[in-house]
Design a protein around this ligand. Structure first.
Ligand SMILES: CC(C)(COP(=O)(O)OP(=O)(O)OC[C@H]1O[C@@H](n2cnc3c(N)ncnc32)[C@H](O)[C@@H]1OP(=O)(O)O)[C@@H](O)C(=O)NCCC(=O)NCCS
Length: 93
């Protein structure tokens, strides 16, 4: 939910490298799925879906109920949080 790269270093591949590392780490740990939460629009949504995450549910008003200040992305206020999951294929014995 709180992955971040310093603004001056964004769009340089660090976020992708970080997410790939996390996905592999938990795959090797035997996790059945990874869950993330992000806004309902914006490049972050594409970022997670590009790595195989699928939308599972929506948390209405998450950003107004859990943050002290309104959050804006591209001039649009964020209200709702989408929950996404990456399911790891179950291992066949
Ligand atoms: C989301 C975040 C962690 C990605 O890290 P990053 O180092 O910028 O990621 P990458 O350089 O690997 O880029 C990943 C994709 O996001 C896109 N992207 C990154 N920053 C962007 C921006 N400000 N505007 C538009 N697209 C952006 C890149 O173009 C890339 O897309 P591509 O694969 O089609 O080229 C980083 O942008 C960030 O810290 N954002 C602010 C905090 C945030 O929103 N965190 C996510 C909370 S759910």
């Amino acid at each position: 939910m709180s992955i971040a790269v310093q603004p001056a270093h964004q769009k340089s591949g660090y976020g992708t490298a970080l997410l790939k590392w996390i996905v592999e780490f938990f795959r090797k740990s035997g996790a059945s799925q990874l869950e993330v939460g992000t806004g309902t629009f914006g490049y972050q949504l594409a970022f997670y879906q590009r790595h195989g995450f699928r939308v599972t549910s929506i948390d209405h008003d998450f950003f107004v109920n859990n943050y002290p200040e309104p959050i804006f992305e591209d001039g649009i206020q964020l209200f709702d949080m989408l929950r996404l999951a990456l399911k790891y294929p179950s291992k066949v014995a």
